[in-house]
Design a protein around this ligand. Structure first.
Ligand SMILES: Nc1ncnc2c1ncn2[C@@H]1O[C@H](COP(=O)(O)OP(=O)(O)OP(=O)(O)O)[C@@H](O)[C@H]1O
Length: 289
C-alpha cells in the first residue's frame, strides 16, 4: 500500500457458500481519484463495495479504508468510517413522504447535532451542488427519474463524505441524465476532493470519467491501471484479452457479452457501433432495464 491509496485489499479471500468470489485479490484504490470497477455480471463488484463498507468481512486478508482495518475495527471506528462514506446505489430510493429538501436533511438530522439553521444551509448547499435548488420543496413523486437520482446524490453528500461509492448509478436513466450524472460525479470528485469508486455496466460512460480501472474476472483482478495503461497491457494479458474478445467461459449471458463488448469499445479496441454515442447508450439502457 502506498500513502496515495485510500482503500487497499490485501490478499482478500471471500466465498459465498461454495462459490469463491475473491481468491486472494490485491487492489489499491487511489486517493482523490475516480476508480471504475469493471467485470462481467456476478463477478463480485457489489460484493467489493460491501467489503469496503464493512457490511461483510473477508474470509481472510485485509480491507483497509484510509488505513482502518475494516473487518477488525471496533464498532466505534467502523461507525466513524461509515460517516465519512457516501453511497449512491441504484435502489437508493428517496423517502416518498418527505420533500427533496427533507430527504437531504434526513442524514444530517440522524447523524449530527447541527442547529436547524445550519441544517437548512447545508441542504441548500447540497441541492445547489447537484443543480436542484429549485426542487427543494417538491415531493419525490413530482420529480423526474433523473432529478430523483440527483436528490439522492445530494443526500449521499449531506454529511460531507470523503469517499463516495456508486453502484450502478446510471441504471434506468436516459442518455441525457447519464451525461448530467457523469459530469456531476466528476466535478464533485474534483471540487470536494473526494475519492470515488464507481461500479457500472455502462463501461464507455464510466471510463470517460475514470482515472483508474480495476477489472475483475473469475475471482481475480485481471487488470488495473489507467484506461491508457490497460490499453498498453492488453496484448500481453491473456485474461484481459479474453475479457475484451468475448464473454468469459462461465458468463455467456447477454449482459456479460455486452460488458466485454462495451469495454473493448471504450478502450478503442473495437469500432463503435454505427450510431451516435447517445443512441448507443440509450439502447444499452433499455437492455439493462
Ligand atoms: N447474499 C448473498 N448470498 C449468496 N450469494 C450471493 C449474495 N450476494 C451475492 N451473491 C453472489 O455473489 C456473486 C457476486 O455478486 P455481486 O452482486 O457482488 O456481483 P456483481 O459483479 O455486482 O454483479 P452484477 O454486475 O450482476 O450486479 C454472485 O454470484 C451472486 O449470486
Amino acid at each position: 500500500m502506498t500513502s496515495d491509496s485510500y482503500i487497499t485489499f490485501e490478499n482478500v479471500r471471500f466465498s459465498r457458500g461454495r462459490k469463491c468470489i475473491f481468491d486472494g485479490v490485491n487492489i489499491a484504490i487511489p486517493r482523490g481519484k475516480i476508480t471504475a470497477i469493471m467485470g462481467p455480471s456476478g463477478t463480485g463488484k457489489t460484493t467489493l463495495l460491501r467489503l469496503i463498507g464493512g457490511q461483510i468481512k473477508p474470509d481472510s486478508g485485509t480491507v483497509r479504508v484510509d488505513g482502518l482495518d475494516v473487518a477488525r475495527a471496533s464498532s466505534k471506528s467502523l461507525l466513524a468510517m461509515r460517516r465519512r462514506l457516501g453511497m449512491l446505489f441504484q435502489n437508493g430510493a428517496l423517502f416518498t413522504d418527505l420533500t427533496a429538501a427533507e430527504n437531504v436533511a434526513f442524514p444530517l438530522r440522524e447523524h449530527s447535532r447541527l442547529p436547524e439553521p445550519m441544517i437548512q444551509r447545508m441542504v441548500t448547499l447540497k441541492l445547489q451542488a447537484v443543480g436542484l435548488l429549485e426542487a427543494a420543496g417538491q415531493m419525490p413523486a413530482a420529480l423526474s427519474g433523473g432529478m430523483a437520482r440527483r436528490v439522492a446524490l445530494a443526500r449521499a453528500l449531506a454529511l460531507d463524505p470523503e469517499l463516495m461509492l456508486y453502484d450502478e448509478p446510471f441504471t434506468g436513466q436516459d442518455p441525457i441524465n447519464v451525461g448530467v450524472l457523469l459530469r456531476l460525479i466528476a466535478s464533485l470528485n474534483q471540487a470536494l476532493g473526494l475519492t470515488s469508486v464507481l461500479v457500472s455496466h455502462d463501461v464507455t460512460e464510466a471510463l470517460s470519467i475514470a482515472d483508474h480501472v480495476v477489472v475483475i474476472n473469475q475471482a481475480r483482478i485481471v487488470a488495473s491501471g489507467s484506461p491508457d495503461a490497460l490499453r498498453a497491457e492488453m496484448p500481453g494479458n491473456p485474461f484481459l484479452r479474453q475479457f475484451l474478445e468475448g464473454a468469459p467461459d462461465d458468463d455467456q449471458s447477454e449482459l456479460g457479452q455486452r460488458s466485454a463488448r462495451t469495454f473493448a469499445e471504450a478502450l478503442g479496441l473495437l469500432p463503435r457501433p454505427d450510431k451516435s454515442d447517445a443512441a448507443a447508450a440509450a439502447s444499452r439502457h433499455r437492455n439493462v432495464g
